[in-house]
Ligand binder design. Structure first.
Ligand code: CP
Length: 356
């Protein structure tokens, strides 16, 4: 995507109690592999459908029959708590049949290939496949083989689209046009808001997917961390600027945090220590950790976010992680509504696992 689609009209929001193919809505994607292919209208449709799902979650029985008779397979080759559980809860809330496969306890441990596993789960009835894999691009390979819809639940360093969409949903609830403070210049929900992503940007699939959604939402995005963990992003920022996206890259935590509306800390991955990209965790915490003192540079009501899992005391101080400005638990809760919305929209395009 080289230019940001401007909204032309409000997207039509589905009636989420009904099956997703009961009434056409403006969603055309069979798979969700990353956020780079989503127009602003697509993103807004996800946000508004998630609003509907949040209403469902507030009911005494938080369940709709929308995906009754559909089969969702959750195939995780990597550890996860938030993403795996929230997809399972989301699919069950939509009345889908859910199958969970953990790689270590399946024939994958005996050497079965990804493609063969995908063929096998499809033969066993899977119509939607939610996949996490340590190798960047693995969900794209799965999508070439699978007859239904594939949802990328995180692949290597590359993308984590559902995390980026729930992050945007959380920010929008506080800062966007639907918030009580509300108001945006041209309909984009974070127009002019300063959003900082702080930490191990280099290895972060969350950061990469967030770059697309946050700049599409009109945010003034800052990426901050040690120079070794920002490598290559300056060039991306320059290309983004040429396409009307606002984001910049800095190693100055003070410059980044000053007057920020949102600060999202990223996990420092201990395994990166061996590669010499960081001198020590202690030095990282001292120079770039999100402490209460540093957070004071941001706006007094700035949102503190983290995709999880956290290393408290490294990239984020424990008191900041649970402080009054923290929206980290809210992010986790919103993950269910956003993933319900995505499963619903995707099921409307490939309703019974067959073809384009
Ligand atoms: N944010 C995220 O992907 O967390 P999990 O690894 O727990 O799913």
């Amino acid at each position: 995507m080289t230019a940001i689609d401007r909204p032309t009209s409000e997207p039509e929001v589905p009636v989420v109690d009904s099956p997703p193919d009961a009434r056409p809505v403006g969603w055309s994607h069979r798979h969700l592999l990353d956020t780079d292919v989503l127009s602003w209208a697509d993103i807004e449709l996800v946000m508004r459908t998630a609003d509907e799902m949040r209403d469902v979650l507030a009911r005494p029985i938080a369940r709709v029959p929308a995906l009754r008779g559909r089969s969702v397979t959750i195939l995780f080759y990597e550890a996860s708590t938030r993403t795996r559980v929230s997809f399972e809860v989301a699919a069950k809330n939509l009345s889908a049949d859910v199958v969970n496969i953990a790689a270590a306890a399946s024939s994958i441990a005996k050497g079965e290939s990804l493609v063969d596993t995908v063929r096998t789960v499809e033969a066993l009835g899977a119509q939607m496949l939610v996949i996490r894999h340590a190798v960047s691009g693995a969900p794209y390979l799965a999508a070439e083989t699978f007859g239904g819809s594939v949802v990328n639940a995180g692949d290597g360093w590359h993308a984590h689209p559902t995390q980026a969409l729930l992050d945007l949903y959380t920010m929008r609830a506080h800062l966007g046009e639907s918030s009580p403070e509300g108001g945006s210049l041209d309909g984009r929900s974070l127009e002019g808001r300063k959003v900082v992503i702080l930490g191990d940007v280099l290895h972060s699939r969350v950061a990469r997917s967030n770059i697309w959604t946050l700049t599409a939402a009109g945010a003034d995005l800052w990426l901050c961390g040690p120079p070794t963990l920002l490598h290559g992003f300056e060039a991306w920022a320059a290309r983004g600027a040429a396409a009307g996206r606002r984001f910049q890259v800095t190693s100055s935590v003070d410059d980044a945090l000053r007057d920020a509306d949102v600060v999202m800390a990223l996990r420092i991955q201990r395994e990166r220590m061996a590669s010499g990209l960081l001198p020590s965790l202690r030095e990282y915490a001292a120079r770039w950790g999100l402490t209460a003192e540093r957070l004071a540079l941001a706006r007094p009501d700035a949102l503190v976010m983290h995709p999880g899992p956290m290393n408290e005391g490294v990239e984020i101080a424990p008191d900041v992680a649970v402080g009054a400005q923290s929206r980290i638990t809210e992010q986790v809760k919103n993950g269910v509504a956003v993933r319900m919305a995505l499963l619903y929209l995707l099921a409307g395009v490939a309703p019974h696992g067959g073809g384009e």
